[in-house]
Each structure stands twice: as C-alpha cells, then as structure tokens.
Design a protein around this ligand. Structure first.
Ligand code: CP
Length: 311
C-alpha cells in the first residue's frame, strides 16, 4: 500500500481514498508507540530532514520521533544556526540539503507556498509542516484520526471550528479534510478574523459561537495567532474569552460526549479555559499522541516502498 504522489502538501489535493489510506495506516502503526521497544525496521536506510523556519514543539518533535520509530535517520536543521542567517535562500538551502541525498524534507515556513516551491524543485519527497496561514495537512490528519478514534466515524458528524479562522492553517486544512470525509463543518469567530468567502471551502459560517457549538460532536478551538496579526483584531483577551472562548457553560451546548480539540499551543483563559482544556471531554493530548502515528504513516506511505507512479 502506498500513495501515488511524491509529496504531502495540502489536504485540499488529497482524495477521500487517500485520507482513508493515511488514517487506517496510522491506526495500524499506533501500537508501535505502545511497545516497550518503540521501533520497527521499515524505513532503515532512509533519511528525513526537518527544516523548520518557524517555532514548533509538537510538529517538529513528532516528525522526528515518527522517523526514528520507523528506523529512518532524522536530522533537524536549526535555522538560527544554519547558513540561512548569512542570507542563503530557502531554495539554495534545500538544494544543498538535497545534495546530501535525503529521502524526505519536512518544511515549515511563514510564507504560504514554500513547500510547493520546494516540491517542484526537489527530487525527494516534501511534507508541508505548515505554510503561513495556508495549510497544515498533518495536523488535520491527526485531528481526523483523533475524532475517528473516539466517535468511530466522520461521516455526518458536526464539527465546530472556533476562533481566528483567517490566520489559521489548521482551520483551512481541517475544513477541507472533515468535509471531504463527509462531516458538516461550521465555523465561528470574530468578524475581523473571518475571511470573506470561506464558505467556498465547504463550511457554513455561524452567526455566533453558541450557534456553532449547539449540537456539535466536535469543538475545535483555535489559537489566537498573535505572531500573524499586524493589526488589533480584538479589543482584549478578556473580551475575546467572553465572546469567543470555550468554557464549561458553552461545552454544555454541544452534544453529550463532545470531543474538544485544540492544536496547541494553548492560550489558557483566552480561547479555552483550563477547566475545559484539562477536562473530561478534552482530547488535546490524544491529538499529540496521534500526531506521531499520522507522521509514521506519512513516512511509510511516501518512503516505505517503491511508488506505483515510479514503478
Ligand atoms: N499544532 C502545532 O502545529 O504545534 P507546534 O507549533 O508546536 O508544532
């Protein structure tokens, strides 16, 4: 079993069958992380480079752990101590890394489109680990895996995505992913953080947060992305929390047994209260655990065997 593509760049371009293949592969690989010896030999001799131009805790670490659990060699490039600080372009950096014959480069960059540009210029696989406010495909895959693990299916469920939709690559990838898998996605947030025309991605825009959450099977809270905001999009954290934050009263509007998600890092007390983030419906740490399984699956399906299109 393998993907008929060289790269993982967006959820938008993945078919339902491809998403299904990635999720079921991740489900079967999840048990590797529960073993005493957390390693399989599948990707022995393969090399993965993590090239992160933006900060990351969860994504970078889990791509590294995923590669190592599959027995691939994983190398992390620290941009602050690389020749990037001497002015080397990303294309030159990537070309030089490619000359060392990696099998895959995992890239995160503040500019939308960088992973696509690298994929077009490199023979090795490229995985998008987040490009600007565009997409974060492995995050959406781990979110879908987490929800499917708890609810059993994605078809027909209501997913409410709340917060800073405009600056969120997580929102964009999840709207594409959940709708492709047959879920109904509703978004809500401050009007200043709601991109015009977002409905074209397949979601519905709710008039307010309570309407979005009412009867939801899944509530996904988004982080306020202060690093991507050049202007003041909301008056104060306290105001944001009151109108758009998730507290226990709002959780009661959702369906019984609702799944609460957040991609992290959390602004506690702003978009989500600590009681909810640490409460019984929160699967926030399960998302992180599933992130390793999804990334193992991506490596396996891209690098684990000769691609059908290359055969
Ligand atoms: N969810 C996510 O992308 O987290 P990091 O920024 O820590 O990788």
């Amino acid at each position: 079993m393998r993907l008929k593509r060289k790269d993982i760049l967006t959820i938008e371009e993945l078919s339902r069958e491809e998403i299904e293949m990635i999720l079921s592969t991740a489900e079967s690989l999840r048990e590797v992380s529960e073993r005493e010896i957390k390693k399989v030999p599948t990707l022995r001799g393969r090399t993965v480079i993590n090239l992160f131009y933006e900060a990351s805790t969860r994504t970078r670490t889990s791509f590294e752990i995923a590669a190592k659990r599959m027995s691939a060699d994983a190398v992390n490039i620290s941009v602050s101590t690389s020749s990037v600080v001497k002015g080397e372009t990303i294309k030159d950096t990537a070309k030089n890394l490619e000359a060392m014959r990696p099998d895959c480069i995992v890239v995160r960059h503040a500019a939308a489109g960088v992973p696509m540009m690298l994929a077009a210029n490199l023979a090795c696989s490229v995985i998008n680990a987040g490009d600007g406010a565009h997409e974060h495909p492995s995050q959406a895959l781990l979110d879908m895996l987490t929800v499917r693990g708890r609810l059993g299916a994605l078809e027909g469920i209501k997913v409410a995505i709340i917060g800073d939709i405009a600056h969120s690559r997580v929102a964009r990838s999840n709207i594409y992913g959940f709708t492709r898998m047959g879920a109904n996605v509703v978004v809500a947030g401050p009007p200043t953080m709601m991109p015009p025309g977002i409905e074209a991605l397949g979601c519905v825009v709710a008039p307010d947060v309570d309407t979005a959450i009412k009867g939801a099977d899944v509530v996904m809270m988004l982080r306020i992305q202060l690093e991507r905001q050049k202007d003041a999009f909301f008056p104060a954290a306290r105001e944001y929390s009151r109108f758009y934050g998730l507290d226990e009263a709002r959780v009661r509007l959702a369906k019984k047994g609702v799944v609460i998600l957040h991609p992290g890092p959390i602004n506690r007390g702003v978009e989500i209260s600590s009681e909810v983030a640490d409460g019984p419906y929160s699967l926030i740490l399960d998302q992180v655990t599933n992130g390793v399984a999804v990334r193992m699956a991506l490596f396996y399906l891209l690098l684990g065997a000769v691609r059908e299109d290359a055969a």
